[in-house]
Design a protein around this ligand. Structure first.
Ligand SMILES: CC(C)(COP(=O)(O)OP(=O)(O)OC[C@H]1O[C@@H](n2cnc3c(N)ncnc32)[C@H](O)[C@@H]1OP(=O)(O)O)[C@@H](O)C(=O)NCCC(=O)NCCS
Length: 199
């Protein structure tokens, strides 16, 4: 548990419905938001249950925010797209040009010896500006440090000031700018060895 007013804990399948609501209402930047609600629910459940993921939420009586990170993003994309739900995914009304972009995405965000990635974070607008996102990210960094992971990456949309300010304030390093699905994006990294100096 992380100190502070809200409890930061591992998300469970019992949180899925609230996580799904937060995701569909407020994750405007997400590139997986285009899939059907049914597949999105399946994916969220896969993320929560995966040993390759760290999914934390900030919760009291309800979930106020959550973060999804993976220890190995290439493995995660394979798990989501090509494993047991492959048929469900292929039934989606996919634009195949966009599909090609998805497939080359892991190469666009390649960083030497960096496999862990923060996939997305969202906080209910009612509870924003209370450092919930900061605590969720810190929770993930601590969890990664415990798993002996040295470096983590994260991508953001350039126009999303809130998340870019958040990462800059936590001393994430801006690695490069790139294009994905027509959007300007930043790739950041965080050297987990720095964690003890910051907190
Ligand atoms: C980005 C987001 C998660 C931030 O959540 P939050 O709990 O309000 O963030 P915090 O309170 O921990 O903010 C920490 C820092 O982030 C920055 N920040 C947060 N919201 C900001 C805003 N609206 N504008 C500018 N900077 C902002 C600030 O630097 C802040 O530091 P400060 O408090 O010292 O000023 C939230 O705005 C959100 O859910 N946005 C929609 C989903 C999204 O875009 N997710 C990111 C893409 S994966």
């Amino acid at each position: 548990m992380i100190s502070g007013k809200n409890v930061i804990r591992k998300a469970s399948v019992d949180d899925l419905e609230e996580m799904f609501k937060l995701y569909t209402l407020y994750m405007f930047d997400s590139y997986i938001a285009e899939v059907s609600p049914a597949l999105l629910k399946t994916w969220l459940q896969q993320l929560v249950e995966s040993t390759n993921c760290v999914v934390l939420c900030s919760a009291k009586s309800k979930v106020m925010g959550f973060i999804v990170a993976t220890l190995n993003s290439k493995k995660l994309y394979r798990e989501l797209i090509f494993n047991k739900h492959r048929l469900g995914f292929l039934k989606e009304p996919i634009n195949y040009l966009r599909m090609v972009e998805f497939l080359i995405y892991p190469f666009k965000i390649y960083l030497t010896n960096t496999f862990a990635e923060m996939v997305f974070i969202v906080v209910d607008p009612e509870y924003r500006n209370r450092s919930i996102a900061k605590k969720l990210i810190f929770g993930v960094l601590k969890e990664m440090s415990n798993k002996n992971i040295k470096k983590v990456k994260v991508t953001t949309v350039v126009s999303n000031a809130a998340v870019n300010n958040l990462l800059n304030s936590m001393m994430f390093k801006k690695e490069r700018r790139f294009k994905f699905l027509g959007k300007d994006m930043f790739l950041y990294s965080y050297d987990i060895a720095n964690l003890n100096y910051l907190y």
